[in-house]
Design a protein around this ligand. Sequence first.
Ligand SMILES: NC(=O)c1ccc[n+]([C@@H]2O[C@H](COP(=O)([O-])OP(=O)(O)OC[C@H]3O[C@@H](n4cnc5c(N)ncnc54)[C@H](OP(=O)(O)O)[C@@H]3O)[C@@H](O)[C@H]2O)c1
Length: 343
Amino acid sequence: MTEAGGRGAPHEKQPKIKLNNGKEMPMLALGTWKSEAGEVERAVQDAVRLGVRHIDTAEMYDNQDEIGSALERLFSEGVVRRQDLWVTSKLHNKNHARVREACQDTLKQLRLDYLDAYLMHWPIATDDDLNPIPGPPIEEVYHKMEELMDAGLAKSIGVSNFSVKKLRSLLKEARIKPQINQIEGHIYFRNEYNIHYCNVHGIHVTAYSPFGSPDSASMSGRKVDISYPLHDPMVIKIAEKHNKHPAQVLLRWELQRGVSTAFKAVSPEHIQSNLEALDFELPQDDMRALTTIAYTMRFVDGAKWWVRENGPIKSLTDLWDGEELTGWPPGVSTYAWLSSDKL
Ligand SMILES: NC(=O)c1ccc[n+]([C@@H]2O[C@H](COP(=O)([O-])OP(=O)(O)OC[C@H]3O[C@@H](n4cnc5c(N)ncnc54)[C@H](OP(=O)(O)O)[C@@H]3O)[C@@H](O)[C@H]2O)c1
């Protein structure tokens, strides 16, 4: 992680990570999943004006047109220059057979000439109604993404929701190593097995849902009375000790463990407060306490969306290859794996 300095305007404080292609990506992103029409345009404008320099979006979020309006305004008013803002978008599952066209559609919606990063959103092909279907092989889809990088339409490429098993087979075929794997990551689902594999292979991990995605409970089919990281007693205790908000502690923990992270917020108070995660440091004992919480929960497991008895993904294991429950496949002992040649 390269720090841009602890002082100055918030945008000058954005830590960046150098990807395996040499591009420097701001580590704290504004996420936009579930940010509704009518609120996302303002949220993106507020965030950039407040100092955020990375916007994370996707065709599947169905709000790229509004985000495009916000970007157009921010550039035309000189709030930020194009080269100083990082925009990540993702290939929709329904477009695995039309990668270039999908990227061009996304660029048009966002009113951009290029994306800083374009990720394969899920290793799953679907029809237009989001029903999983047997699509082209993942490696073939990825080769089309490599061509986007060749053409300058995406400066960096990567994947999302890829297990170690799927990354391993992708790496055997890839001409351009993915720069990023975007996966769920927070104190209740640290995803260390996947992160460690990515570190060893020079793939940067962006951790999504740092607060456990509380606003996706109903659409993901989760119980409502579940524990969330923002309400964890350990997080609250550490936040009180440092006179910080629990959200700031959760974001700080992500950055200090070396992953970038995308938080979703539409309220300007939340955005402002979350940016203040850049203004302090967690001591090692707090980092350790947060990294050893025993409770495990994958909030965005995809069960409701992708797993169908009669579809190509019949179980969570088909999707996550054993990483579904704790992030560690059964039978893999942490120490044995880390010191083995399985990497
Ligand atoms: N690649 C993928 O498949 C994938 C999957 C999931 C997420 N993501 C990305 O990661 C982003 C973040 O994940 P997420 O949207 O699942 O959820 P999240 O960031 O874990 O949580 C979002 C919720 O936290 C609230 N919040 C934000 N800041 C807060 C604060 N300071 N205090 C209290 N509450 C706060 C938000 O409220 P308000 O909105 O009301 O401010 C919203 O309800 C997504 O938006 C998306 O860009 C990617």
